[in-house]
Design a protein around this ligand. Structure first.
Ligand code: GLC
Length: 730
């Protein structure tokens, strides 16, 4: 006799069977004659999710909305284990430094899949920001390569290593546009420009998810932190942000839109208060813009404890209030705290509707499907040993690290170190520093890191003496200084953004040797270098380069890699200038952009970086000076390598909209190309600009292409270049 409970189990069995035949493992040939074609796959997913939903109790639904963590780095406690068995844990994470062993992860997954009533798999999340075990340069450093292809490959390596250990979901890319270097997390995004953050964020999404995120070497990406986190007053993160709707839509939102368009299926809300509404309760941004306007189909997760923070922000009276505010605003999953259990009460009180809960569950199950977790919940084999820090992965990390290093000064062409150099002294606080993997080093280990000294020594020719002391016969001093990893990152804001004073004193002490000095800076954020430019002939920004620090540094110093990196965040002359960025408005007083005691321009501007060769820009050609509203414009210039070394040049395209229905920035980056030129070689570099890329948000925030005049530059950085003009005509 089939009683009600049996019927439930029959439905359950059909559902699970259906789920498990849902999608073959990527790379496995699917013999199943009922193979899901892309056409019906999406339909079948939603049908299966709906049927699963009908079986779920309220506790199981609320469980899917909860991401729990171990207490610290310890194993999961018995309370969580019981909750998993009851199907009340949707996701697990540990913290930014640790992830589960494969055994642990499979153990917890087995509790969910084989011991809970419905067997819904857990999604395991981790901060894979710029590497998992092989650590790449910090994200801001990576953006200075102006190479989305490199950044995508770096994300692929990180995904491969992370997925091998059982990470399903990486809490990256962070695409918070940042223009305040006091903010500790400026190091974690892709600089001051919205367009570049969009490009690099999309590259990371592609690198993490690939064409099919259910493949065994892919992870789900997470666009974060939604939204405007980088606008924190005084650079003090998690604080109030006063963001006009125009700045929100012109600067902070576009990178998230680009990530969603690239296929990102999770978004993490930020800690800041946006004009009086904390991001975790930001209904307008989450429901109106992200889910409705951008058509976001994945799920939104809060940041760590951020639902609880609604109490501290002072907009939630109690935990139930905090839970309903966040869920109703569109936050589908709660990280770390378990206030969402209180939604049961909110449901009873009528402040939350079951449909809202069901929509959140549906979104989470959808992502678990897309990840293939229903048919591949376990890590089946351990190939971490051959993957972690493999020669191929180290090679990628080394190439990216070298490509991210920005040469800001090179007086008398002290660099690259020449063959006549017989003795190099490598000194300073960072000469033997292994903690150069940034704040988000995931499972990277200090012993993995090639230090600056070791890298220079092992890559120098055997005719060159590399010492840690300055001798009478020392030919060149490499002074390695910078910011320790705890000087930047989360809640690591600085009011003084110079190189730590004791290190500057050390640099001053080197002057007495009367030797050429190369200052190598290991920094997280843009720094005020105005007090050291006279203390070294050359200044190389190395950032925190990761596992391959020393090898990459040697490649640049010895000229094996001719630097082409360019700044994606301005380096101010003084913290008193902050915020200072290239795409400022002109304001009504063009001469007003300066102080009585200081210029208004940064010391080193956006887009700036030197090479060991030189490039000349000439022969700007603009196809026509009038283009129709829906037209395109071709423009080009000749770039010549006028130096004696081959090298890459990042050619940049900027525009200025001279008259608009609202004021427009004095410059906006609209394109770039990285070209390689042999010494003496010339190449005509062409861009095609569509008027769509020149659309502005009118007073009603609708994108419109407005007729009118434009200036345009093909340039080597944001302060110079070949200037032309054109007009959009009705
Ligand atoms: C942190 C960070 C966020 C990170 C999360 C999990 O507070 O703000 O970027 O992904 O918690 O570690």
């Amino acid at each position: 006799m089939l009683n009600n409970r049996n019927i439930q189990f029959v439905i359950l069995a059909i559902t699970i069977l259906g789920l498990s035949s849902c999608k073959p493992q990527s790379g496995e040939k699917n013999e199943d004659k009922f193979a899901l074609t892309p056409l019906n796959y999406a339909h079948k997913i939603s049908a299966k999710i709906d049927s699963l939903l009908t079986l779920m109790t309220l506790e199981e639904k609320l469980g899917q909305l909860s991401q729990l963590n171990n207490a610290g780095d310890k194993h999961i406690d018995s309370v969580t284990i019981n909750a998993i068995r009851k199907g009340e844990v949707g996701s697990l994470l540990i913290n930014r430094r640790n992830f589960y062993s494969i055994e642990e992860r499979n153990f917890y997954q087995k509790l969910a899949v084989e011991e809970s009533r419905l067997g819904i798999p857990i999604i395991f999340g981790h901060d894979v920001i710029h590497g998992f075990r092989t650590i790449f340069p910090t994200s801001l450093a990576q953006s200075c390569t102006w190479s989305p292809d490199l950044v995508e490959k770096g994300a692929e390596v990180a995904a491969r290593e992370a997925a091998a250990q059982g990470v399903d979901w990486a809490f990256a890319p962070m695409v918070d546009v940042a223009r305040d270097p006091r903010w500790g997390r400026i190091a974690e995004g892709y600089g001051e420009d919205s367009y570049l953050n969009a490009i690099f964020g999309a590259a990371v999404v592609q690198g993490y998810q690939g064409a099919d995120m259910s493949a065994t070497d892919r992870v789900a990406a997470c666009m974060k932190h939604y939204v405007g986190y980088g606008a924190a007053v005084g650079g003090r993160g998690k604080q109030f942000t006063d963001i006009s709707k125009r700045t929100l839509h012109e600067v902070y939102l576009p990178p998230f839109k680009a990530g969603v368009e690239q296929g990102a299926l999770t978004v993490m809300t930020a800690f800041n208060d946006i004009n009086g509404t904390p991001a975790t309760a930001y209904t307008y941004g989450i429901r109106e813009v992200l889910k409705k306007e951008y058509g976001f189909k994945g799920f939104v997760v809060s940041d760590w404890d951020a639902v609880k923070h609604l109490l501290w922000h002072g907009i939630a009276a109690d935990t139930t209030d905090a839970a309903q505010l966040a869920l109703n605003a569109g936050v589908d999953m709660e990280m770390k705290t378990i206030f969402y259990k209180k939604l049961k009460e909110a449901l009873a009180e009528g402040t939350v509707a079951i449909e809202t809960i069901d929509d959140a569950v549906r979104r989470i199950l959808y992502v678990k499907y897309k990840l293939g977790l229903f048919n591949r919940p376990y890590v089946k084999k351990d190939n971490t040993k051959e993957l972690f820090l493999s020669a191929a992965h180290r090679k990628e990390a080394r190439e990216m690290a070298a490509a991210s290093m920005v040469l800001l000064q090179n007086n008398n062409n002290v660099l690259p170190v020449t063959a006549t150099t017989k003795s190099i002294a490598v000194v300073g606080a960072f000469a033997n520093e292994r903690d150069v993997m940034g704040w988000w080093k995931s499972t990277g280990k200090f012993e993995d890191v090639i230090t600056a000294f070791d890298g220079i020594k092992s890559n120098a020719s055997n005719k060159v003496a590399v010492t840690d002391k300055i001798m009478a016969d020392t030919d060149i001093i490499i002074a390695c200084l910078g910011e320790p990893s705890h000087y930047f990152g989360e809640s690591r804001h600085r009011a003084d953004i110079t190189i730590p004073a004791e290190q500057v004193e050390f640099l001053k002490s080197l002057q007495k040797h009367n030797k050429p000095i190369v200052l190598v800076v290991f920094n997280g954020r843009p720094l005020d270098l105005s007090n050291v430019t006279e203390l070294a002939q050359s200044i190389l920004i190395a950032w925190h380069p990761g596992s391959e620090t020393g090898n990459a540094l040697a490649d640049v110093l010895f000229g094996y890699h001719n630097p082409y990196a360019k700044l994606t965040a301005s380096f101010p002359r003084s913290v008193g200038q902050v915020p200072v960025y290239y795409s400022r408005r002109n304001s009504g007083n063009p001469n007003g952009n300066k102080y009585v005691d200081l210029s208004g321009e940064p010391l080193f501007p956006f887009g700036f970086g030197l090479s060991y060769t030189t490039f000349e820009y000439s022969a700007l050609e603009i196809e026509k000076n009038k283009i129709p509203v829906n037209g395109t414009l071709k423009l080009s210039a000749i770039i010549t390598n006028t130096g004696d070394k081959d090298g890459y040049e990042v050619v940049q395209l900027y525009v200025r909209d001279l008259v608009g229905s609202t004021t427009r920035p004095v410059k906006e980056l609209k394109g770039f190309q990285k070209i390689r030129l042999k010494s003496g070689e010339s190449k005509r570099v062409s861009f095609t600009l569509s008027t769509k890329e020149l659309a502005v948000l009118n007073k009603n925030f609708e994108p419109v292409i407005e007729p009118g005049g434009f200036h345009v530059w093909i340039a080597s950085n944001s302060t110079e270049g070949l200037q032309g003009e054109f007009e959009i005509v009705e």
